[in-house]
Write a protein that binds this ligand. Sequence first.
Ligand code: NI
Length: 176
Amino acid sequence: MDDLRFPIGPFELPAHVDAAARAGHIQSIADTPGAIAGAVHGWSDERLDTPYRPGGWTVRQLLHHVPDSHMNAYVRLKLALTEDTPTIKPYDEARWAELPDSRQTPVAVSLQMLDLLHRRWVTLLRAMDERDFARTWKHPERGDRALTLDHMVALYAWHGRHHTAHITRLADRMGW
Ligand code: NI
């Protein structure tokens, strides 16, 4: 059965991240802007305004959501690199998706924003050493558990592939 909401499965926190897995996560983050842009290349407004699943966000909303999410991720990474176990600030992604910029900005702007953001993000990730990836942060809704930057990088590698798969699976189902 194809799971429309979690086409690559839900995120699972890895117990341990070795150097090869970490390199794979960083490469996945590096590849995300190109993968998403390629998935929607040449799409009409009608395709962009199609929900990726019944009752779900439209592709247009997904294309604005991903840079919103990854901007937060980039800030969280920098906080964790410069402060001791900061508690990060969650955001209401559903309400962000309803703000006027998410409705009125051309998708090309968000695709370019994602590309530029990832260039800086990946530059930073590739310059980090083993100790940097072991630095910790907390999520206020995850109790007292300190997570590492390896966890964060794994999460956003998954997140980019997750939303890319929403788009490519929709295209497959629609024969686009
Ligand atoms: Ni998301």
